[in-house]
Design a binder for this molecule. Structure first.
Ligand code: ATP
Ligand code: FE
Length: 328
């Protein structure tokens, strides 16, 4: 039982081999960070070309690392959306080609379900019903998840994602790309002494981060000499206050065994600590993916593909940039 997972929705080419219990036999991620750092963000056209160059060597490397041949695989799972269309086309076409060549079924996987399942990689953690906080480069949402795999979206951002806000504030502070980890490191050395808004207080479980981003921009324009580590610390605290307040409300409204926090921003140590405190107070378990499975990777797509396999959701994968967390 070995699933080959392939992820190319954005700027990383991720490939892994995963068992149905979430154990990862081998994994590799070819990163384009240096390429995009030069432009301060992801350049879609270059991202697709970099996937074309990276995908087959990365598949080959993962098979070699695992000491396996294509014959040993059960199936292939590939991200079909959401993401950059050109990048998705490269991934799905490559997966279909490999599946045809090797005589393997290919499942088209929803990237957001991949993030959800990242919390069960290496070992099983999630118990149901679960409250999901997905905080990534393109998404900020809360969803209630049943054991059956049914998902109800209960809140999402009206504008920017929290990851986008991190990346944009990082740029304002001259920290380069990707901004999340850089903001985190800087924030830890500062004092949160800037009064920033806690947006979306009146939006029930929905989020809004563009006002916070603009408030940071206005503050920096008016106070260019203010210590950047204090600006970063204040920004992180404002983001986390909002995220955690919404999680608290969601946990009170929807019966949940645990809070699952996934997506690139779930790599933030500050978010991890605050979520642990909230879960202690709320009496629910906290389920976090290991750090290396928080950002995009092939293993989470491989594990999610086992759900598609179990449901018989086998269809020629068509790229779809409009998938939501509730879709398969
Ligand atoms: P999506 O999953 O919504 O399609 P994506 O796949 O591009 O978006 P991810 O790889 O899940 O996004 O997450 C990337 C985001 O995570 C970036 O915005 C990045 O700044 C942020 N990020 C990564 N590491 C950290 C960290 N340590 N702290 C905060 N943010 C982080
Ligand atoms: Fe992602």
């Amino acid at each position: 039982d070995l699933m080959l997972g392939i992820e190319t929705s954005c700027d990383d080419t991720g490939v892994a081999i995963v068992r149905p219990d979430g154990s990862v036999v081998a994994s590799a991620v070819a990163s384009q960070v240096e390429l995009h750092d030069r432009y301060g963000g992801v350049y879609p056209e270059m991202a697709s070309r970099a996937h074309v160059d990276a995908i087959l060597p990365t598949v080959r490397k993962v098979l070699d690392d695992a000491g396996l041949r294509p014959d040993d695989l059960t199936a292939i799972g590939v991200t079909r959306g959401p993401g950059l269309i050109g990048s998705l086309v490269v991934g799905t076409n490559s997966a279909v080609g490999l599946g045809d060549g090797w005589g393997l079924p290919v499942y088209g996987v929803n990237h957001l379900r991949g993030h959800l399942r990242s919390a069960d990689l290496d070992e099983r953690r999630v118990t149901y019903p679960a409250m999901l906080l997905l905080v990534s480069g393109g998404h900020t949402l809360l969803a209630h998840v049943q054991e059956s795999g049914d998902v109800t979206l209960v809140g999402s951002t009206r504008d920017d994602s929290v990851g986008e806000a991190y990346d944009k504030v990082a740029r304002m502070l001259g920290l380069g790309y990707p901004g999340g980890p850089a903001i985190d490191r800087l924030a830890r050395t500062g004092t949160p002494d800037v009064d920033l808004p806690r947006p979306a207080r009146d939006l029930a479980l929905d989020f809004s981060f563009s006002g916070l981003k603009s408030a940071v921009s206005r503050f920096l324009a008016a106070n260019p000499e203010h210590p950047p580590e204090n600006v970063a610390a204040s920004f992180v605290e404002a983001c986390l206050d909002v995220l955690l307040a919404k999680c608290r409300t969601a946990l009170a409204q929807y019966p949940s065994e645990c809070l699952v926090v996934v997506g690139g921003v779930a790599a933030s140590p500050q978010l991890r600590e605050r979520a642990a405190t909230l879960c202690d107070e709320s009496g629910v378990a906290l389920c976090l993916p290991p750090l290396r499975w928080s950002t995009d990777n092939g293993a989470m797509i491989g594990l999610a593909a086992w759900d598609y396999h179990a449901r018989g959701l086998r269809e020629r994968p068509r790229p779809d940039t409009s998938l939501t967390i509730a879709d398969w």
